[in-house]
Design a protein around this ligand. Structure first.
Ligand code: ADP
Ligand code: MG
Ligand code: MG
Length: 339
């Protein structure tokens, strides 16, 4: 019997369009002889669209309006064998949808409530990974109320890290709301921007020197495997939204031209992080590597990484001999696996 799969895409975060692009690729790749796939687009307002509107949204690459309340739609989702929540960012990758599916009793691809929520929040991730002994940059947390009531206190906390530093909304992706702050004169604008997007903001020290950016894929549940290591190269100041999504701005190198022992360490640390955060199914774990000193720090863990045919995660597994169709099939199998 064919497995019935509900593919969720779009959603309320700044990564709505990216998600719909990924969903088109996954929809085309899930083998038809094994799976009966129903895509459901979630509008920017969080409403779940009926089939015809979903088809339209996938074609347009965006779902602006229409649709039903989530609760109504999830009830009609009963009868699916599994859900593939191909959603990025808040209200999708952060444990909210995972909680809904858990309550509805439907297996789903990827991390559960705990792994999703902790990995989405950059501060929470850093705290958990620190206790697992994983090297990271120095950082501070600030919440919106502090910025509103005691801005000098927040500025002093930033100064402890030195400049340049990075200011980021704690729960977001695709570099949305992230600023590289070169000196105190740029700090307030960066904090205003980040706090306009999140109640929690992380201040991060920069590595000493410009780091190389390495990424590795993890696949599996309680016995996960790591892919080869990939590297991203670009000429912009940092890996910002434009660099990520403008064709030709970044080069991908797989395998990354790095010493064998560095690659081994990246893969080991990724697996330690995956387990420490209670991830499941898949994750892309990103690192900064300083060639001169040999220093390696973990930057972040993405529990639902970009998933088009040309995205880093599928490319990494392709290099390991797992093609795109095989990869998405494997992810559904992992969702259905007894744990
Ligand atoms: P997102 O989840 O939006 O991808 P990241 O934390 O990965 O956010 O930051 C996006 C990019 O910003 C990174 O890929 C890197 O280019 C740059 N960056 C972020 N933090 C640092 C840091 N502490 N030091 C150096 N570069 C950084
Ligand atoms: Mg991210
Ligand atoms: Mg990132």
């Amino acid at each position: 019997m064919k497995k019935r799969i509900l593919l969720l895409a779009g959603g309320q975060s700044g990564e709505h369009e990216v998600s719909l692009m990924s969903a088109r690729s996954v929809l085309a790749a899930l083998p038809r002889d094994q799976f009966d796939v129903t895509p459901v687009a979630i509008s920017k307002q969080g409403r779940w669209l009926p089939p015809t509107d979903t088809r339209q949204a996938l074609e347009n690459g965006s779902a602006e309006s229409g649709g039903d309340l989530v609760l109504h739609r999830v009830a009609s989702a009963e009868g699916y064998d599994a859900v593939f929540p191909l959603l990025h960012g808040p209200m999708g990758e952060d444990g909210t949808v995972q909680g809904l599916l858990t309550l509805a009793g439907i297996p789903f691809v990827g991390s559960g409530v705990l792994g999703s929520a902790v990995s989405m929040d950059k501060v929470m991730t850093k705290q958990v990974l620190a206790s697992a002994g994983i090297p990271q940059v120095d950082w501070r947390l600030a919440v919106r109320r502090e910025w509103n009531n005691d801005a000098d206190g927040v500025r002093a906390r930033a100064a402890e890290l030195g400049f340049p530093l990075f200011v980021k909304p704690a729960n977001l992706g695709s570099s949305v709301g992230i600023s590289k702050v070169r000196g105190p004169h740029e700090l307030d604008a960066a904090l205003d921007l980040a706090f306009s997007l999140d109640r929690r903001v992380i201040l991060e020290a920069m590595t000493a020197g410009r780091p190389r950016e390495l990424e590795v894929g993890v696949l599996g549940n309680d016995a996960p495997m790591a892919s080869p290591v990939g590297e991203l190269r670009f000429s912009s100041e940092f890996y910002d939204y434009e660099t990520k999504y403008t064709e030709g701005r970044a080069e991908v190198h797989i395998p990354a031209p790095i010493p064998e022992d560095v690659a081994r360490r990246v893969r080991e640390l990724a697996l330690v992080a995956f387990r420490a955060l209670d991830c499941a199914g898949l994750a892309r774990v990103d690192f900064f590597y300083l060639e001169d000193s040999g220093e390696l720090v973990l930057n972040e863990v993405n529990t639902m990484p970009g998933f088009t045919q040309t995205s880093m995660y599928p490319k990494l597994f392709e290099a390991a001999g797992v093609g795109y169709s095989e990869l998405v099939t494997r992810l559904v199998e992992l969702a259905l696996e007894e744990r």
